[in-house]
Unconditional design. Sequence first.
Lengths: 407, 190
Amino acid sequence: MSAVLKPKSKAIVCDGNEAAAWAVTLARVDMVAVYPITPQSSLVEYLAKFVADGKLNAEIVDVEGEHSVLSVLHGGVLAGARAYTGTCGPGLAFMFEPYLRTPGMRMPLVMSIVTRDTLTPQSVWGGHQDAMSVREVGWIQMYCETVQEVLDTTIMAYKVSEHRDVMLPVNVCHDGNYLSYGATRVELPTQEEVDAFLPPPSVNWHAALDPSRPMAVDPLTGGAGGPGPSLFVRYRKGQCSGMQHALAAIEAAHEDWARIVGRRHAPLVESYRMDDAEVALVTLGSMTGAGKDAVDEARDRGERVGLVKVKTYRPFPVQAVARALSGVKAVGVVDRSVSFGWNCGPLYQDVIAALQFAAQRPAAMSFIGGLAGADITTDHFGRVIERTQALARDGQVGETVWLNEKD
Amino acid sequence: MYEIRIHGRGGQGAVMAGGILATAMVNEGKYVVAVPSFGFERRGAPVASFLRMDTREIRQMTNIYRPDCVLCIDPTVGRAVNVFDGIRDNSTWIQTTAKPIGELAVPDKVTTVGLCDAVAIALDIFKRPITNTLMLGAFAKTTGLVSLDSLRAAVEDSDFRDAGLQQNLLALERGYNETVVHTFERREAA
């Protein structure tokens, strides 16, 4: 539903898909290509409606599938356009080849992943498995907790993506179902505020097409002789350093947003009631709200429990995570997807790797919940807290806990 | 925090009703989270929509398992699902039905019941059994948690146009006026 309260009011009620469409509109995106797929479909409908209503002055390209979505946007970005798309699950899989090419070409681009669990069994419901499956492709990935954060982050993503030291594409991940269709009160920034925050698109002239300077892009590079190996290493190292520069660019973008729009979100990780905490939960995405409420309930009982939300997942904020968790006795990491390689959650793997750098290294356990649209409630988090407190007492790291196994 | 679970059938607008109610409540300065249930919804299949309201920011983006209020916009959905699942003590039940209160089985935990023959009124107004805006009127009358004016403004701001808008505004009004509210003394939990 698209219900603007009053003509002059900035508060609207909308879901995450509509919030993303508002963000694209406020960011003055030049070019959009989208192919509908559940639970992203209404996002496409909102964008088409905003263009039809004259709110969004962008070229919408109707293409026959996700592979063409991203390929046509490559052309637009190489011509200097600010571009946007959104997809999930099977659509992301069909997009994979141009998806791989985007960061290597150092193309600034923003793409929402309206996260969906992956095949098979057939599922159209939320889960982080699609976004997690592409976590090592070289895109920046940020996960949102609220509908408001979807709107704000999608705009901030352009500033990060187009930063001279970054020049990499960004995935803004918002949870299928709970954020895609969950509607809340949202404060809509004014166009003036967003214009002050986000300057006109920055063209990457290293790769951009310029008729007066014709050149080939993405030439064959590599092999075992001649200049190939060292040239390839330079590209890869450049990409890796762009990713590392993104950490500072994300922090700066969040700081600018707070200064100009007046709303502050934690850029890399958020520590919630972590002062003096003995036990910490680690969360990702929309589950965090219920996690914070469960932490409050535990605190009311006098238990020293806190929560660390990971917002920026790629690049992984190693130092920030290590700092946030240093000193606690035990950590319970809740994933909404699985790592088939290790029988645990992928965020859990990242967290225990980062804990290598913590001054005092706590024990950590993996919890998996919310697959294929399943809910993660305060009751589930209550169980996570209880199990992690036991871990704090005896230090015995148990098997991965599947939270919805007996729902 | 006040938790409402809306039950209906695919095509009746249970999700849209949640959105309009959320807008009206936000209009009155409340914080609201409306989360629809989801699946391969098709016309006639039971659907639910969840709405939380509070005077401060709501953080849980989850379904509702212990509602303070159950709003049924379909007369027979209660045969397909247990609409009273998990209800709290002293809860409110708002039901579209042609039956009088004496012919309904009211659970002990329910202390307020709002009844509205919304299907008959909908057939009169829309010539179709579309009950969502009617039952929002019934909700306002039964609970007093949102004003009819705010609901009217939310319907006007929605995607209804022209004749459809007028019909829905009338439906809201008639739903409000033609709902009968029954209250019961607090009963011992069974």
